[in-house]
Design a protein around this ligand. Structure first.
Ligand code: FO1
Length: 327
């Protein structure tokens, strides 16, 4: 752990709630866990990507965050575990089973245990907590809801389940609209609702995740937006777009298909009055005035997270920015 990191640990007081999707969100969450104590940080992950495959419950964003926090993730691939082997997948292929979604041998254990515990009647929060503890994670990681919400993508090829669109069809279909099936009757995780009314909450972080398929499912849950807006803590998003491109995934392509320019400014406009603050990459400093004119305070920082130091540096910059809202 670096001295810079230690200094932040001593100076940032209060609790932080981070809203996260998979890859980009998981990277920032890793930086935040190096900077904040387990008492300070709660991460809530999107579960709209969740689905059943091989008769197992797969929760990709919870998995991505867990593996990143445990330093077990495969950074290059962007999902799953490092040093993974694929013997089960190869055997499944030989038998003629489904193979379009790749489950590694070690990763399989996560899905098997999750499915087993869910079938035994445990909540997704309790199951996640048990698996995370098994990976040595001490910070709180929660699913956005205990109920099932499924992201559906309306494309030029019709409605697709999220993983069909994302993995099977490699994000190639043109996106027209998104629907979060079950969100209207699901409940925001009660632990998140109570944190949002906790006076010790000092910042709400919208991670640099895809706004449409990673953050919107969380925001679409009843009362979520209202609670975020009512909270005394500033809501601060980190741009998932740098110089017109998403670091990973289809966010920029999706923006163009949804008739939005693929810019960091357009993401700020999309979140609109939900935000009090926005962290923008240095490459996008030209948008500072436009975003400020929206009534959103701006922090310019390097947002590309290529290693642990850059994740911690971004978490640091974000928390220093968050602390400035108190003043
Ligand atoms: N993403 C892929 O692009 N291809 C895969 O075969 C794949 C398998 C997979 C298995 C477990 C898991 O937790 C995630 C997996 N992902 C895979 C990633 C994931 O589906 C997406 O990155 C997220 O849903 C988007 O956040």
């Amino acid at each position: 752990m670096t001295d810079v990191n230690l200094a932040t640990k001593l100076s940032f007081t209060g609790k932080v709630l981070a809203l996260s999707g998979g890859v980009g969100g998981a990277k920032l969450c890793r930086g935040l866990t190096a900077t904040l104590t387990p008492d300070q940080l709660t991460i809530v992950a999107n579960t709209g990507d969740d689905f059943d495959y091989w008769d197992l419950r797969i929760c990709p964003d919870l998995d991505s965050v867990m593996y990143a926090l445990a330093d077990l993730n495969d950074e290059e691939r962007g999902w799953g575990l490092r040093d993974e082997t694929w013997r089960t997948l190869i055997a499944m292929r030989r038998l003629g089973g489904a193979e379009w979604f790749q489950i590694g041998d070690q990763d399989l254990a996560t899905h098997m245990l999750r499915t087993q515990l869910l079938r035994a009647g445990q909540s997704l929060s309790a199951v996640t907590q048990q698996i995370a503890a098994g990976l040595g994670i001490t910070h709180s990681l929660l699913p956005m809801s205990e109920q099932t919400v499924a992201t559906k993508v309306n494309t030029d090829q019709g409605w697709l389940d999220f993983q069909q669109y994302f993995v099977r069809d490699k994000c190639q279909p043109e996106v027209r609209e998104l629907h979060f099936e079950g969100a209207d009757t699901a409940q925001l995780n009660p632990l998140v609702s109570s944190l949002l009314t906790d006076e010790a909450l000092a910042a709400i972080v919208v991670c640099p995740s895809n706004p449409f398929v990673s953050i919107d499912p969380i925001l679409s849950l009843p009362d979520c937006r209202g609670l975020l807006k009512k909270s005394s803590a500033p809501v601060i998003a980190v741009s998932p777009i740098i110089a017109g491109r998403a670091v990973k995934g289809p966010a920029a392509k999706m923006m163009r298909e949804l008739d939005m320019p693929a810019t960091a400014l357009a993401v700020a406009e999309y979140y609109g009055d939900l935000l009090d603050g926005y962290v923008l990459d240095e490459a996008d400093a030209e948008y500072v005035d436009d975003i400020t004119a929206l009534g959103i305070q701006v922090c310019v920082a390097p947002t590309l997270m290529t290693d642990l130091n850059s994740k911690i540096a971004l978490a640091d910059a974000l928390l220093t920015f968050a602390a400035s809202f108190k003043a």
